[in-house]
Design a protein around this ligand. Sequence first.
Ligand SMILES: Cc1cc2nc3c(=O)[nH]c(=O)nc-3n(C[C@H](O)[C@H](O)[C@H](O)COP(=O)(O)OP(=O)(O)OC[C@H]3O[C@@H](n4cnc5c(N)ncnc54)[C@H](O)[C@@H]3O)c2cc1C
Length: 336
Amino acid sequence: MDDDVLIGDEEPGADADGVAAVAAANPRSILGDHGRAALRQLLGDDLRLDEPMRRHTTVKIGGPADGFAMPSTVERLVALVRWCAAGGVPITVVGGGSNLLVRDAGVRGVVLNTGRLRRIEVVDGTAIEVEAGVSTGKVLSLALKHGLGGIEFLGGVPGSVGGGLIMNAGTYLGEFKDVTAAVESVRLADGATVRRDNAECGFRYRDSDLPPTEVVVGARLELRPRPRAEIEVEVRSLRQRRAEREPKKVASNGSTFKNPPGDFAGRLIEAAGCKGWQVGDALCSPVHANWLVNVGAATCTDLLTLIERVRARVADVHGVMLQLEVKIIGDQAEPG
Ligand SMILES: Cc1cc2nc3c(=O)[nH]c(=O)nc-3n(C[C@H](O)[C@H](O)[C@H](O)COP(=O)(O)OP(=O)(O)OC[C@H]3O[C@@H](n4cnc5c(N)ncnc54)[C@H](O)[C@@H]3O)c2cc1C
């Protein structure tokens, strides 16, 4: 591995057409030709360069990532983390992209997607050991297959285990906090492994203390035996309830704001008269006011503008400053 200059250097004699094409696709990339070639050598097919992030978010918004890495094993992930640390290349971690708003100028450095870490197994009868990239739906179906309850709350919650742990995702039936025995992460500074038990994760409503300086690679979930029929009934009723309340077939992050203590963000937004507000193709859904959705080709700027208008109106009308549930990542520069 050649660590000396990984950012911003253009190798002498680089193919002029190649450089022009990159400049057109992603003019802000901080990966020079040398860094791009080294990343390609390190990751092979696990890498995409200048990858539009709108392809990796459920709200279908987001400019290009300089490098989009999907390591297929923890060993490859650690090698990438060490390479980036040695060269000063920033890493932004993403999972299923179902709670993400990526700025229009894209993401500088490497976006590390854990979606190819997909090992999952039942151990010791009632526990599931699972890598970060496994979808929440897959965890639920394996638990169902083995007659293991406790994870029914995941019915209809998209995304990956890694993102679910960071967000302490859940529903009125429960949340990750209730089933997580341990979380394993890799430190972005040096690739070292860190293991935390439940109490050390600091799980709370749609949040945790799992630090942004690490990437979650796996977890142990402790479940309990439960008849399959009971699990199925509970999950079906959760899905049914969701289907009645949530907008269908529209690009979104689900709920945009957290519920404030003792109330519902959707109720406050609706009562403040924001339902149906639109900025470009960003719309405050007429079906569920806390879903700020993309009805076409909304930009991140459109959605952020709508978010701020809704937030300001709710503060005016109710005196409540709503907090975002969605996570914003990316370069604050104007899109190039
Ligand atoms: C239609 C819809 C319905 C939804 N309903 C619910 C619901 O009922 N309940 C609920 O809680 N949420 C819900 N959500 C939000 C979303 O599904 C959850 O927040 C989910 O847990 C996010 O997981 P993800 O893998 O998509 O994470 P991402 O959106 O990719 O990332 C979320 C955050 O986690 C970080 N992250 C992701 N993976 C890792 C990792 N491996 N290591 C370190 N950091 C990581 C990211 O940096 C980011 O800060 C809904 C979303 C949609 C689109």
